[in-house]
Design a protein around this ligand. Structure first.
Ligand code: NAP
Ligand code: MG
Length: 399
């Protein structure tokens, strides 16, 4: 008998090679064991274009309603894609649209497996990056100054009061940027981080540059401190975990010397950069899982990598590919496990854990995709490179 559950999961299909992997993962690893109940949204670029991107916003709203979603990687179109797909217009990144609807924080965690050694040998436990997904340089006004000019910041309060702040007297050409964040978004970020750290029982660190950016970064530090003191301190102490604030430079130095295991809260730009560094240091972008957590406790799981375009073109040309499906499998196990947890459904929680274990043990027994085979090191196991479909079948045998 297949495992059942009550509330549907929001399923978001995507693009290119990951779209192909998606259907295979369901066919070989999930539907034989689970009576899958999903609300389906096709976020593939063709369907986004057909619906004027309404489908993406509907999917975001569905996650809010149903609490758990799982998303395939999707193309963020640029001009070349516009031509390739004959798009009506350049749509924004689906992840950006969904993040804005959920006001959530993205947590990225490497998937550790024996045989793939991190470049930093001390990192025996995963490091999770929590990236604040709103504002700063990602929502900035970027200005080119063509010649001598006086730049000021002008703020008009709701009552009409105007305050101007000097920025710079340009003697010649240059550049200028105005950026912002909000107490509301920083607070939501803080709640998501504290909740996530509690749910995985790991220490939480926040690093910013508040020595230089006293007001802007100082606000992050202050909001985290007050929310921690008032709402989470007892729960953290009970769980045996800690929260600490430290300067971003100090944070980087200490993370390098650590054994890992912490949840590292980063401002938007820091999180963008540091998550790529950590993914590489832990071995492979294809082994990085990702979950978006909203402050009111909705979860969206996905892989951290993209649609693996280069492999897709080969696949379309009839060649077999050895694209790594592990992060996408973990997106599914994450979503199914969370649904199980929310419904006190032990069978579903157990299945999600078994799926992850089967995936890791397949690799540890020597069967893996080419990206891993190239970096796998073991005295006893000789890595065998499989194409994607054969790898999925090898995992299925172990479930
Ligand atoms: P990518 O799809 O992550 O792939 C970059 C390269 O990394 C690949 O060519 C491949 O290297 C390697 N790689 C990534 N994932 C892999 C996997 N699962 N198995 C094996 N190798 C893997 O990034 P991209 O090529 O820059 O972007 C492609 C498309 O994805 C873009 O249209 C972008 O908009 C989109 N994207 C979506 C998301 C998302 O939905 N979350 C995130 C990032 C990018 P080799 O070719 O050397 O084998
Ligand atoms: Mg990046």
């Amino acid at each position: 008998m297949k495992i059942t559950y009550e509330k549907p999961i929001v399923e978001m299909q995507g693009d290119e090679m990951t779209r192909i992997l998606w259907d295979w993962i369901k066919e070989y690893l999930i539907t034989p064991y689970v009576e899958l109940k999903t609300e389906f949204y096709d976020l593939g670029l063709v369907h986004r274009d057909e619906t004027d991107d309404v489908v993406t916003r509907e999917a975001g709203e569905a996650i809010k309603r149903l609490g758990v979603g799982v998303k395939c990687a999707t193309i963020t179109p640029n001009n070349q894609r516009m031509e390739e797909y004959g798009l009506k217009r350049l749509y924004p990144s689906p992840n950006g649209t969904i993040r804005a609807i959920l006001d959530g924080t993205v947590f990225r965690t490497p998937i550790l497996v024996k045989g793939i050694t991190p470049y930093v040998p001390g990192w025996t436990q995963p490091i999770t990056i929590a990236r604040h997904a709103y504002g700063d340089v990602y929502k900035a006004t970027d200005v080119r100054i063509e010649g001598p000019a006086k730049a000021e910041l002008k703020v008009t309060a709701a009552d009409g009061t105007v305050t101007t702040y000097p920025v710079h007297d340009f003697k010649g050409a240059g550049v200028l940027q105005g950026m912002h964040n909000t107490d509301k978004s920083i607070s939501a970020f803080a709640h998501s981080c504290f909740n996530y750290a509690l749910s995985v029982k790991r220490d939480l660190w926040l690093g910013t540059k508040d020595t230089i950016s006293k007001i802007y970064d100082g606000r992050f530090k202050a909001i985290f401190a007050s929310i921690y003191e008032n709402e989470y301190k007892d729960a953290f102490e009970k769980a045996g975990i800690t929260y600490e604030y430290t300067l971003i430079d100090d944070c980087v130095a200490r993370v390098m010397r650590s054994n890992g295991g912490m949840v590292w809260a980063c401002k938007n730009y820091d999180g963008d950069v540091m998550s790529d560094m950590l993914a590489t240091a832990f071995g492979s972008l294809a082994m990085m899982s990702s979950v978006l957590v909203s402050p009111d406790g909705n979860y969206e799981y996905e892989a951290a990598h993209g649609t693996v375009t280069r492999h897709y073109y080969k696949y379309r040309a009839g060649e077999s590919t050895s694209t790594n499906p592990v992060a996408t499998i973990f997106a599914w196990s994450g979503a199914l496990g969370k649904r199980g947890e929310l419904e006190n459904n032990a069978a579903l929680v157990d299945f999600a854990a078994r799926l992850e274990k089967a995936t890791l043990s397949t690799i540890e027994s020597g069967y893996m995709t080419g990206d891993l085979a190239a970096i796998f090191k073991s005295d006893t196991v000789k890595p065998v490179k499989l194409e994607s479909e054969a790898f999925l079948k090898a995992i299925a045998e172990r479930i």
